[in-house]
Design a protein around this ligand. Sequence first.
Ligand code: URA
Length: 242
Amino acid sequence: MPVLRLDRMLSSQGIAARKEIKELISKGLVTVNGGHVRNPSLKIDTDRDTVCVNGVPVKYREHVYIMMNKPAGVISASDDPREKTVIDLLPPKLKRPGLFPAGRLDRDTEGFLLITDDGTFAHNILSPRKHVSKQYYVVIDSPLTPEEIERFENGLVIDGGITCLPAKLRVLEGGVSSGGARVMVTIHEGKYHQIKRMFKALGHEVIYLKRTAMGGLHLDDSLKPGEARELTDEEKELIVKS
Ligand code: URA
């Protein structure tokens, strides 16, 4: 039963900036349980009170969990003075303070990026000890040998002498016109540039990389690159139940 000041509660939900919220309240555009209020510091019980702005109820959520189909060309950061970030791509209705990408995809990597304002959840899914799986669709420049696939599955040693946890690799039917290969790879950790480094260690170059699942949750393929939507509670749980 969180109890919050009315203006804080509204700004935490991304309704508007604190200053604009104060104006909305002073203009009488905010109601609490049907009555107009003019006191921004009024205490709101987020479980019991119904707050409306311009007649539209505000459904309070402590945290949000957003799936984005990240396009190539944007960076996985909350803000940047020069570059376009994944947060810049969110539509206004999904924006709220404190959002950040839980884990990074390289600028040229596409696919499933989780954006949240819940630091504890992000920490849990990113911690190598939790072993939340991440699945990638990868196009590489040259075919793999059975021995190389085995090395992937036995725990590949990459640059710097780092041994990766065993990964699953499945070669997809139909090659690529360049003579390379299309594969699905599942890893249980998230080292910096891990997929590219794993293939590089075997002498292959990654031409295209897309994350297709986190834990038991697959990228919603109705999301076009750059689009995002909130996860349901069940979908959020699927990420940790891989
Ligand atoms: N591995 C990479 O090399 N890059 C990514 O963006 C994600 C995983």
